[in-house]
Design a protein around this ligand. Structure first.
Ligand code: ITT
Length: 189
């Protein structure tokens, strides 16, 4: 089974490759120019990007739009997470919301040129008091997920301190599992 993942983020690709392999799905990396629409909805952004990417590439593919949502800040940075990360970085988010509840959300949009199928995943947690760890990418050094029974380091360490813990429970993992099951069941490839 071969599907393309259209992304400019190599951290996302590495995680997706590992998770989808468990479903017998091999992915290839594609990074064509795709103009991301502006919207408050991850699903709208991901679906529009999937359609645009398919119009150019003409092959089964998925895109993923994700972000960090902080309720105290009305969901900021949310769909603007990539831009805010470049402008403020983790130090900026720590200044705004250290110790506050936060949530990572991901939406994957898959299309083979017919319908677009969307799969959501999320994980609740909080912003840490300081940046910790070197694994992962983006906001990983400042995000501590909630405690999950049986998952070591959850509720204590940041995603960047424990890539294994991130792999077990991240927003992306949850959305990718739904995509993996869907692809297995549709048996198209
Ligand atoms: P694409 O090419 O796939 O769009 P991107 O990095 O621009 O890559 P998004 O537009 O979906 O991705 O922005 C999501 C941003 O949210 C991303 O750049 C990170 O800053 C942050 N983010 C998303 N998932 C994350 C994760 O698992 N760990 C840390 N930060 C994450």
């Amino acid at each position: 089974m071969q599907v393309s993942f259209v992304t400019g983020n190599s951290g996302k690709f590495a995680e997706a490759e590992k998770i989808l392999k468990e479903f017998g799905v091999n992915i290839s990396y594609q990074n064509p120019q795709v103009n991301e629409i502006r919207s408050d909805s991850l699903e709208e952004i991901a679906s529009a990007s999937a359609r645009e990417a398919h119009a150019g590439l003409g092959q089964p593919l998925f895109v993923e739009d994700s972000g960090l949502f902080i309720p105290l800040l009305d969901g900021f940075p949310g769909p603007y997470s990539a831009w805010v990360f470049r402008k403020l970085g983790n130090r900026g988010i720590l200044r705004l919301a250290s110790g506050k509840p936060a949530k990572f959300r991901a939406c994957i949009a898959y299309t083979d040129g017919e319908a677009v199928h969307a799969f959501m995943g999320s994980v609740k947690g909080k912003i840490s008091d300081q940046s910790r760890g070197t694994g992962g990418f983006g906001y990983d050094p400042i995000f501590i997920p909630e405690k999950f029974p049986g998952i070591r380091h959850s509720g204590e360490k940041t995603f960047a301190e424990s890539p294994g813990m991130k792999f077990a429970l991240s927003h992306r993992k949850r959305a990718l599992e739904k995509l993996g099951k869907f692809l297995q069941e549709s048996r198209k490839y």
